[in-house]
Design a protein around this ligand. Structure first.
Ligand code: UD1
Ligand code: CA
Length: 458
């Protein structure tokens, strides 16, 4: 059996009140549509067709990395009309799974069950029991429980509105049935649209049986029509990721206060405090602890390292047993070798910090390479930028830089070199040399303090 997927994504999404096409709004790091595509791929369909209309150029550009067949629907005349536009591109004799581009948490398990339900050649739809069915199409069954069809909320009578089993919009049918029934669907309804679910009533009228599969949870089928629903879906998605981590043995201080916008791989015995945001690709080794309110974007953290509160790390590699923060900022190209320490109010960029080295307080280390066991005193600044170009600072093993020093790049300090506190260093310092680059202290004898004068009535 050849399986193909049609994803409907042509709608404008007026209620989002956004210039962005609805299906491009994001849940974590991926658009709504991309989540649906990923779920669809789990079923290994031979082709995925995406029906686009509003903002189609933008949608196609955003998803250019995916191999998809794009179908244009110029006017949004309804879900039935949308499927009809895609049908000519589907190989005859296939089973077609129809998904909505705005239902991002749809799970592949339900989809597989739905496709299996069409094994007898009959169409089937995915339904759900929901607490508040308002706005959804209702699934109408006869006394024996057989599905008769779907009635849209706007067209339903008061009795039909009481039904709490709704149409999720997800449906599977043969190309033969779609080609036969869709052209028969009219638009004589409250919205003047060609409704896809109307094919079910037509099939039943011809004596066919319609399958129905009940979805696992209400959240799986939640469609995003406004930002309230978008935030509900986002929270549910994040909750599921946090719960997965907990199941893997990661200690998550509060699963409601964790955001993963990308991929997070954790070793054993990792602990994550509250309000941490992970973005891009993050890997945490065994025994890593992440303090509260940290942001880690494309970061690898080695075993036993601790990232303390309020730290911000981006495109950085942290070695084993390092300590970072609190209040540290590691920017692009920071590499901390094993056992090094970055303390509070320290910013690093394109900096390689050698094993066991310490930059403990109030420093800027940019375009620099530090050897092992280097000690950088509080308030040290690498002056890497002359207003036009960036220059390198290279410090050998065991270098000691006294507090409040200014290292003007390009600069090299040899192994065991020593910079006196308060120095401005502009010339290279050789191995084991002491560099002092500051005004000499003068103590003036017999000096008297200024006296208060009378003319200052201020
Ligand atoms: C639809 C179903 C309803 C179901 C609900 C579940 C119909 C007629 N109704 O209603 O039974 O309970 O979903 O969420 O199918 N679209 C197009 N082209 C169009 C019209 C829609 O691509 O011409 C796309 C939309 O972008 C959206 C999806 O189809 O992704 C659903 O359309 P929408 O208008 O949101 O349908 P609902 O009124 O929510
Ligand atoms: Ca909808």
């Amino acid at each position: 059996m050849n399986l193909e997927v049609i994803i409907l994504a042509a709608g404008q999404g007026t209620r989002m009140r956004s210039p962005l096409p609805k299906v491009l709004h994001k849940v974590a790091d991926k658009s709504l549509l991309e989540h649906v595509i990923i779920a669809a791929r789990q079923l290994s369909p031979s082709n995925i067709h995406v029906v686009v209309g509003h903002g189609s150029q933008q949608v196609k550009a955003e998803l250019a990395a995916h191999s998809l067949n794009w179908v244009d629907q110029q006017e949004q005349l309804g879900t039935g009309h949308a499927v009809l536009q895609a049908l000519p591109a589907v190989q005859p004799g296939s089973t077609v799974l129809i998904l909505y581009g705005d239902v991002p948490l749809i799970d592949s398990g339900s989809l597989k069950a739905l496709v299996a339900a069409t094994g007898n050649g009959n169409p089937a739809l995915l339904t759900a029991k929901v607490a508040v069915p308002q706005g959804y199409g209702r699934v109408i069954r006869d006394v024996s429980g057989a599905v008769l069809g779907v009635v849209e909320d706007k067209d339903a009578n008061p009795q039909e509105r009481l039904v709490d089993e709704i149409n999720t919009g997800v449906m599977a049918a043969s190309t033969r049935d779609l080609a036969h029934y869709l052209p028969l669907v009219g638009n004589q309804n409250k919205q003047g649209e060609y409704y896809l679910p109307d094919i079910l009533g037509l099939a039943v009228a011809e004596g066919r049986v319609v399958g129905a599969v009940l979805a696992g949870s209400e959240m799986d089928i939640l469609g995003v029509n406004d930002r309230l629903q978008l935030s509900a879906v986002e929270r549910e998605y994040q909750r599921r990721q946090a719960h997965n981590l907990l199941r893997q043995g990661v200690s998550v201080a509060d699963p409601e206060r964790l955001d993963i916008r990308g991929s997070l791989a954790c070793g054993d015995n990792v602990s994550i405090d509250i309000n941490v945001i992970f973005e891009g690709k993050v890997e945490l080794g065994d025994g890593v602890s992440i303090g509260p309110n940290c942001v880690l974007r494309n970061v690898t953290v080695g075993a036993g390292a601790a990232i303390h509160a309020m730290s911000h790390l981006e495109d950085a590699i942290v070695g084993d047993h390092c300590s970072v923060g609190p209040f540290a900022r590691l920017r692009v190209g920071t590499k901390l070798a094993n056992g090094s320490r970055i303390g509070n109010f320290v910013e690093t960029k394109k900096a390689s910090i050698g094993a066991g080295s310490k930059v403990n307080h109030l420093s800027y280390i940019g375009d620099s390479s530090l050897g092992a066991e280097v000690n950088i005193g509080a308030g040290t600044i690498t002056c890497n930028y002359d207003g036009v170009n960036k220059h390198q600072t290279i410090l050998g093993d065991g270098v000691f830089v006294g507090s409040n020093s200014t290292l003007v790049a390009p600069l090299e300090v040899g192994d065991q070199g020593f910079v006196a506190a308060g120095s401005t260093i502009t010339k290279p310092v050789a191995t084991e040399q002491l560099a002092v680059g500051r005004g000499k202290q003068r103590n003036i004898k017999g000096w008297s303090r200024p006296n208060k004068t009378n003319n200052d009535k201020g």
